[in-house]
Every structure is written in structure tokens, then in C-alpha cells.
Design a protein around this ligand. Structure first.
Ligand code: PAF
Length: 281
């Protein structure tokens, strides 16, 4: 595996791959890699000649200093994992290499997608995500980039950015990878205490039950039921649950037969914020 920390050298390497007509798949990450990331890389390997993974903990997308400072960093192990699945290229830039002396976000308009759900609770988060993803796309110039559906809002926002900025690449959303007990894989899971880790599968269990209830009940009733599940809980605190249209990400009040819906949830397990979602129809 070739490892680059300088964008100039990576660009030079990838331009020679392009000259040889090789296609480039890209998996941007913030490291602390798990099976979910590896599944994205494996998907990318099936369709592309070269797969580039980036590991960069992007400061501008964190709205919480502690979350940024304590974000798990496991570079040595990440490199081992990437080598074990024959990843071709790893890009690990420094903050200075990406932002020079201005660690700030560009301001984006994602046609309102950025104001829903995560946007309401994590100010500036999607400007930070847009800034880093656009910068990385510019450096790597991939044919296809791969993102997990756990961050479904992020995925829709990146698709919107590609469309609005007429970027020449495809975005592929990939299914959520789960632990055996249903907890969605996330680098943040490593920061859960034993007790919180034991409690966390309730999040997906609740989503699955909410999906069943949604067949017969109004969204508002499902929301009330979910709120009650967490009211009783000592270790998990519900931040939001919403049933939203998959395209606009707007919360719905009633169902329409030709629309697709998803249920989204954010829960605090102690200081660790976990998100998840489930397709409803
Ligand atoms: O999903 C993530 O890990 C990050 O938001 C991303 C896309 C790598 C941008 O920093």
C-alpha cells in the first residue's frame, strides 16, 4: 500500500494512474476503521482499478471540542487493516496540509437538506463536511466515492453538492453495517463505557419496532411511542426521532403512497452521541 501525506505527491501518483486509464474508487474516512469502513472499501475494489482511502479527522465538522479531541485515533491499526484487504493507497494529510492557516468552512446551500435533523443539533457540521469532502474530491478526483448510509443525511447532502457543483463523479451509498446485537458500527462506539455499550442496542431495536408500528399508526403516534421507550431509560437519552421523506429529509405528518420514508434517531449514551436510521417503505 502506498501512503501519502502530501496532496501534491498523491495527485502526481493518481494522475499517472489516470493516464493508464485506471479507474479510481474513493472512501473518505476519519479513521478508527471498523468492518463498516472495510465493507465500503471492498465495494470500491469490485468496481475500480485503484482504491484510495483517506484518514483525516476534519476539525471544521465538529461542533463539540471534546468530541474532536477524544475522537479515536488508531492509525497503526488502521494501516494494518487496510493492508490486510489490499487497499492500494492511503492519504493521511495533516490539518495544515488541507487548510493551510485558515481552519474554516466554506458556506454551502444544500437546498434545505442541511437544516433538518443533524443540522438542527450540530451547527455548522454540514458546512464542515462539504468543505472537506469537496477538497478531497478535488485532490483525488475519483470516478466513484463511497459513503455509508448510517450518515444518511450526509450522503444526501454530498449527492446534492455533486449535483449543484457539477462534480464529475458518482456517489454510492452503502448499507449500514451492524454489530451482532444490532448496534450500527461507528468509530465512536469505541468510546462507550461497558454499561452504555450494553444499553446501546436498544436504539436499533426501537427503530425496528417503530418501523412495524409505522405500517398502521400515524408518524406522530410512532414518535410518542419512541419518546416513551427512552423516557424510562437511565443510560440512554433521546435527542431526536423523526420520520422523514428520504429525498427532502423533511419530517412528515402523514403518509403518501408514492413517497419513500426513513426513520432517523440520535441518542446520547453518556457523553457519546449515536445516530442510526431505518428504511420504512
Ligand atoms: O463520515 C465521515 O467519516 C466524515 O464525515 C467524512 C465523510 C470522512 C468527512 O470528514
Amino acid at each position: 500500500m502506498d501512503i501519502f501525506s502530501k496532496k501534491k505527491l498523491l495527485k502526481y501518483y493518481l494522475s499517472s494512474c489516470k493516464k493508464d486509464n485506471k479507474t479510481i474508487g474513493f472512501v473518505p474516512t476519519m479513521g478508527a476503521l471498523h468492518q463498516g469502513h472495510l465493507s465500503l472499501i471492498k465495494k470500491a475494489q469490485q468496481k475500480n482499478d485503484i482504491v484510495v482511502v483517506s484518514i483525516f479527522v476534519n476539525p471544521t465538522q465538529f461542533n463539540n471540542v471534546e468530541d474532536l479531541e477524544k475522537y479515536p485515533k488508531t492509525l497503526e491499526n488502521d494501516i494494518k487493516l487496510l493492508k490486510s484487504i489490499n487497499c492500494n493507497v492511503l492519504f493521511t494529510p495533516t490539518v495544515n496540509e488541507i487548510y493551510a492557516d485558515k481552519v474554516i468552512s466554506e458556506k454551502f446551500n444544500f437546498d434545505g437538506l442541511e437544516h433538518q435533523m443533524e443540522g438542527k443539533f450540530r451547527e455548522g457540521h454540514f458546512d464542515g463536511v462539504g468543505t472537506i469532502v469537496k477538497a478531497l474530491f478535488n485532490i483525488v478526483k475519483p470516478d466513484i466515492a463511497y459513503f455509508g448510509q448510517k450518515d444518511f443525511q450526509q450522503l444526501q447532502i454530498i449527492k446534492k453538492m455533486v449535483e449543484k457543483h457539477q462534480l464529475k463523479l458518482k456517489i454510492k451509498g452503502c448499507p449500514i453495517f451492524r454489530e451482532n446485537d444490532g448496534l450500527a458500527m461507528s468509530s465512536r462506539n469505541a468510546r462507550l463505557t461497558k454499561e452504555h455499550r450494553k444499553a446501546a442496542p436498544l436504539i436499533y431495536k426501537t427503530l425496528k419496532k417503530a418501523k412495524k408500528k409505522f405500517r398502521k399508526k400515524k408518524p406522530e403516534k410512532v414518535l410518542k411511542w419512541v419518546q416513551n421507550q427512552f423516557k424510562k431509560h437511565d443510560l440512554l437519552e433521546l435527542e431526536y426521532f423523526t420520520i422523514a421523506d428520504e429525498k427532502s429529509l423533511e419530517t412528515i405528518k402523514s403518509k403518501e403512497s408514492d413517497k419513500k420514508y426513513r426513520a432517523f434517531i440520535a441518542v446520547f449514551a453518556g457523553k457519546i452521541r449515536l445516530i442510526d436510521n431505518i428504511k420504512l417503505k
